[in-house]
Design a protein around this ligand. Structure first.
Ligand code: NAP
Length: 308
């Protein structure tokens, strides 16, 4: 039997990874959680979370992430900051390749989350100069200005409503004639005088010299094109899994999200997936937390059965 650095390695410190880490630390497993940036995942840029039970007034995403981290560390979770480059997975030993070393583990939980999708309308050039994916971070730069928000899901609608606390006007542009967002968010957006929804409309580009001055849009049914005068453009058109390091090491679906069963087990024994990176029907903090707990307990059972 080879010597292992760890019983369990967890990749990613969002709600799924931190919960898995909390459970594993309480089970007194030799666990290491690896995070490449700031713990918290996508919720650290979420203004306000009001559908996570236990916080009747709601809580900022940043504060919730901080509380999860403090709780997991207090229970004994060790965390390291590093970027996973690749994985070498076999039923016997799992190798996690970092930039400067390789660590071995008996089991692995992949909780690397997901990131905002881009539209290719100038995100790279105008990022930080008018284009943003984060209202919490950038809304204060647009006080009393006009901005465009793109998307029709929960994120776009919730964040567009948040933007109205700062800006003069939000054009919410959506490619269909019906929003995907949950009904309560739709009702709030429809009732908000600062939000004008442009239906059946897509963004085709932005222009401006130092920052954004206008967003080019096209009506998908009539073909009519025009430029909306705006100082900022927020893009919320969905998410992509953070799986660059996977390189086919585990099975994924057509969109690249990791396939895992109800025990969070992937196609490789001892490798589990949890949270937004998994092919799950719902991506919420509450579901990520549930995934993390199940993955940690599944890893514990795996270790008991395979390494007695
Ligand atoms: P989403 O639900 O996948 O919605 C993406 C939106 O962007 C859809 O309206 C989609 O249009 C549009 N879109 C996608 N590609 C596009 C393109 N190329 N051009 C123009 N529009 C495009 O993503 P999300 O809003 O980021 O939400 C992700 C997950 O987080 C969801 O499960 C959501 O429920 C959850 N979430 C929940 C809350 C909350 O409960 N408060 C808050 C934020 C996020 P179509 O509708 O036409 O497909």
């Amino acid at each position: 039997m080879p010597a292992f650095d760890h019983d369990l390695v967890i990749i990613g410190a969002g709600p799924a990874g931190l919960t898995a880490g909390l459970y594993a630390a309480r089970a007194r497993m030799n666990v290491l959680l690896i995070e490449k940036a700031v713990p918290g995942g996508q919720i650290i840029v979420t203004d306000w979370i009001e559908n996570y039970p236990g916080f009747p007034e709601g809580i900022s995403g940043f504060d919730l992430a901080e509380k999860m981290k403090i709780q997991a560390e207090a229970l004994g979770l060790n965390m390291d900051t590093a970027e996973v480059q690749s994985l070498n997975l076999s039923p016997d030993v799992k190798e996690v390749m970092l930039q400067d070393k390789t660590i071995t583990t008996k089991s692995l939980i992949i909780a690397s989350g997901a990131s905002p999708k881009k539209l290719g309308i100038g995100e790279d050039r105008y990022m930080g100069k008018g284009i943003s994916f984060c209202a919490t971070c950038d809304a204060p730069f647009f006080k009393e200005k006009t901005v465009v928000a793109i998307g029709g899901g929960d994120t776009a609608v919730q964040e567009a409503i948040y933007l109205t606390k700062f800006v003069k006007k939000v054009y919410l542009i959506h490619r269909r004639d019906e929003l995907r967002a949950t009904k309560i968010l739709q009702e709030r957006a429809f009732a908000n005088d600062k939000i004008e929804i442009l239906w059946d409309t897509i963004a085709t580009g932005v222009d401006g010299f130092f920052g954004i001055e206008g967003v080019h849009v096209k009506h998908v049914k009539t073909g009519e094109e025009k430029t909306l005068k705006a100082d900022g453009c927020f893009i919320w058109v969905g998410i992509l899994p953070n799986t660059a390091f996977l390189k086919d090491a585990v099975d994924t679906d057509a969109y690249g999200f990791i396939r895992a069963d109800a025990q969070m087990q992937t196609n490789i024994p001892g490798v589990f997936a949890a949270g937004d990176v998994r092919n799950t029907p719902l991506r919420q903090v509450s579901t990520a937390v549930g995934d993390g707990a199940i993955a940690a307990v599944s890893a514990e059972h795996y270790l008991e059965n395979e390494f007695k």
